[in-house]
Design a protein around this ligand. Structure first.
Ligand SMILES: [Zn+2]
Length: 262
């Protein structure tokens, strides 16, 4: 495989062009900390990109764009056996009967049903507590930041435990950061603010909300994110054999496995 072209799921007017992955690229990627998967993903998608209009994987690609591109690119190079090998997936506690279910699925089975949803604009306006909010998806840069939080949390959990003040403080920092990455206040009076000033304003607004409003804001953002969903949906619907209820589970693909290392 030497060339790959795909429309950007979050903005169908833009096209991503990827060339073949060379030893020299693999050297660059393999020299990076393997625990920082999102950082590696950014590097990978930037070194193999070609053409005139390079799309920055950190600031111009959403998390869904990156996963979709990575998955589709990997499909082209996977061996037949990897494609047809059925992995076992477990649903720990079925929503319908409460029991554990297992199902088997190959990448080939999944690919046959996985559709790439392409949208033209990944943003949506909404209102909350009298303010207008522009909701946007999480970007590559956010994935990198959230991964740092996860690594910090893991480290603190090992040294001080999940119940320590330090762990709880870091967890809250992560949750609020994730929320702040998904909205911007729309205020026509403050158009000349820099991005940094806007971020500060949004944070002050969030911190000034009544605590009881937080859950509502989180729910609203989640619902709005559904409206601008794009890329491949990596969930799988499994039918409970006892109740015939439809259980939706997220396929545990490890995206780092799609980026070969030396
Ligand atoms: Zn069940």
């Amino acid at each position: 495989m030497s060339y790959f072209e795909e429309r950007l799921p979050s903005n169908g007017e833009r096209t991503v062009q990827l060339r073949e992955y060379r030893v020299s690229d693999a050297i660059v990627v393999s020299s990076m900390n393997p625990k920082l998967v999102e950082r590696i993903t950014s590097k990978f998608l930037s070194v193999i990109q070609t053409g005139e209009n390079i799309i920055d994987p950190k600031t111009e690609m959403t998390i869904a764009d990156r996963q979709t591109l990575l998955f589709k690119y990997a499909l082209l190079s996977l061996q037949d056996r990897t494609m047809t090998d059925q992995e076992e997936y477990t649903i720990k506690e079925c929503n319908f009967c409460g029991e554990e279910h297992k199902f088997r699925l190959s990448i080939e089975d999944f690919r046959a049903l996985a559709k790439t949803q392409i949208i033209s604009k990944a943003e949506v306006l909404t209102e909350f507590e009298g303010k207008r909010l522009l909701i946007t998806p999480l970007m590559g840069i956010h994935a990198e930041q959230l991964e740092m939080f996860e690594n910090n949390l893991k480290r603190i959990k090992e040294s001080a435990g999940e119940e320590s003040d330090q762990y709880q403080a870091e967890r809250i920092k992560r949750d609020l950061h994730k929320l702040l990455c998904q909205f911007t206040l729309v205020d026509e009076m403050e158009t000349d603010l820099s991005n940094k000033e806007k971020a500060e304003r949004d944070k002050n607004w969030l911190y000034g909300l009544p605590q009881s409003a937080l859950e509502g804001l989180m729910q609203l953002i989640m619902r709005k994110q559904e409206e601008i969903k794009h890329g491949i949906d990596f969930t799988w619907t499994y039918t409970c054999p006892k109740t015939e209820g439809q259980v939706v589970s997220l396929l545990p693909f490890r995206f780092e496995n799609f980026i070969p290392r030396i």
